[in-house]
Design a binder for this molecule. Structure first.
Ligand SMILES: [Zn+2]
Length: 184
């Protein structure tokens, strides 16, 4: 009578083990399994790790195309795994993440306000200087603000025209002020 569970004696450690769970599959052997058991196999790889690594290095050198493809596939699989893991983490920790980003926002806002308060004079002066000189960015902003034109539609000529106009109005305003003060 044939046994219901097939077993086999490991050629290395000599233990008798269940064929399917105890041995790796191999096409080279008649019964379809390696002659040494899984445990012995693993031990063999551990003992010869350096040698196998070196073999692989040599193989990779001789097969650059396949190595590249292999690496590409591995990276692709890896990135998808990492994405999935990150998504899973976000799902599980939604509240925690939300709170963290709220705190960050609050912290940044406070930092910015503190900086502004500490550098108030400099900031004022800087803005004043820029507006007195009517730098391109400021003129550009005024054009965009008034006309609704897009940035790429604003040519240097247009900026020049607008600058002249702004200077003209500024002069006019000064003149009116002087008249009001009874100077002119
Ligand atoms: Zn064994």
């Amino acid at each position: 009578m044939e046994p219901l569970i097939q077993t086999k004696k490991c050629s290395k450690c000599g233990e008798v083990k269940e064929l399917e769970s105890g041995f790796h599959k191999s096409n080279r052997n008649k019964d379809g399994y390696y002659s040494s058991c899984k445990v012995c196999h693993q031990q063999h790889y551990k003992d010869n790790k350096e040698r196998y690594r070196e073999n692989h290095r040599q193989w990779a050198k001789k097969n650059p195309e396949r190595t590249r493809e292999f690496k590409r596939q591995w990276a692709k699989k890896n990135i998808e795994q990492r994405k999935a893991r990150a998504l899973e983490y976000r799902k599980k920790n939604r509240e925690k993440i939300n709170e963290r980003s709220r705190n960050n926002y609050k912290r940044d806002k406070e930092r910015y306000q503190k900086y502004r308060d500490e550098h108030l004079e400099e900031t004022k002066e800087y803005g004043l200087k820029r507006s007195v000189l009517l730098e391109d960015t400021i003129v550009r902003y005024r054009i965009r603000h008034r006309s609704g034109l897009e940035n790429h539609q604003i040519t240097p000529e247009l900026i020049e025209l607008k600058r002249e106009q702004l200077l003209f109005y500024r002069e006019l305003k000064n003149l009116k002020q002087e008249v009001r003060n009874g100077i002119a």
